[in-house]
Ligand binder design. Sequence first.
Ligand SMILES: [Ca+2]
Length: 505
Amino acid sequence: MRMWWTAVLALLADVALVAAPSDRVSCESLSKLSLPNTAITSAQVLPAGQFTPPAGRGPVPSFKDVPAFCRVQATLTPSSDSDIKIEVWLPASGWNGKFQAVGNGGWAGTISYGPLGAAVRRGYAAASTDTGHVGGSASFALGHPEKLTDFAYRAVHEMTIAAKAIVTSFYGSGPHYSYWNGCSTGGRQGLKEAQRFPADFDGIIAGAPANYQMHLHVWSIAVAQAVHKELGSYIPPEKYPAIHKAALDACDALDGLTDGLIQDPTRCHFDPKAIQCAGEDTSTCLTRPQVEAARKLYAPVKNSRTNAEIFPGMEPGSELGWAPLAGPNANPVATDTFTYLVYKDPHWDWRTMNPDTDTALADKNDNGLIDAIDPNLQPFFSHKGKLIMYHGWNDPLIAPGNSVNYYGSVAKKIGDSSKTADSIRLFMVPGMAHCGGGEGPNTFDMVGALEQWAEKGTVPEQIIASHSQNGTVDRTRPLCAYPQVASYRGTGSIDDASNFICAAR
Ligand SMILES: [Ca+2]
């Protein structure tokens, strides 16, 4: 109760933004709300713990501890071919006065129910969209350019406009802070918002962004081509642990601490030739063609004529997660870009991709529609917008160097990192895979860090991350604002964050 009153008093301090309770409307009456290009199809209160997500892709998170909320479902039609589903979840009580939009993964095509529940648990009014199509393939885009625009950026922007209007109607006042929270495609969506609609959000969390999607997918397919170059070049996944161990043997100690993590993989120059089979081919060594394939995976993909980098490579440490890109087939999320967007040919064969010519073709075809690489974030920063980026150094789906590159491009565009330090921070996460998982501390509260930054002016210099095994935390470690890295003080447990400082590498 006391916490509730504290929250109310905090809201009252924000004078004009607080509306009288009489301005509120019931949840059900939101179905009669009239908004441009918007049909509200359902508005109903769900009691605490009663939400059940529709059967679909992926694991189903638990909603048992999600408090009661008003669930609004709507269809947005900014174009005649649009069919954008959105959901807006409004806490029935204890609203924190803020709005959080959550992002998608891959080709989207589904509402992000888990992140919606997480946002409502924290008191946020929250929104998610399927981006205008159903299902995780890009086949929707064939013959539907307007739907592709919806996926690229329009669904998220229109959802944000509609959701803020719905929030305002329900509570009698609009959100006093609005945040974006997404990873992978969600990271791309967040950067697109910062670049294209700088007034939509006060703060954006962009994890492992797929923001250079054309180049990312050239690289993804190049990884598959490297391991399928010849019969003997394929690396069976049962060999990944041996490569991983060899990479750690070569580089774990480089950061001064043998802890199973490579703090800064860019300093690691591991050559998989170190475990080339001397005799018989076993699961703990690589044949000569496999050594060549592994070398290609660690290297950036380049234009063979100009030597220009198209996309960075895998980092040493990522080996355990190579299967999705280096498996028996190229990753369908990547090949869909060429099959349905670039060549518009369902029979396109990924083995025919030529990085030199197909990168140029993909760039020309996209023309900045999906790609979100504009380094000019000045309009967003001028709105006092705060951007937190993060990326796992062991990410095997989106090479982490891409985030370093984008972060660097923003600093270069705006001047130098001293001019961007109050607006953008990048956290590289040692040992973390794609958006989570991995052997490193991979659980952290980016939303909390963003709240402190946007609302209190506390710049996130470090964010504490934890790693758990079987539900028990076995290590904590600070994540440091790039280019700093966590440095051991020299005494105390290496599994306790308090024994580390953030320091220049
Ligand atoms: Ca280490």
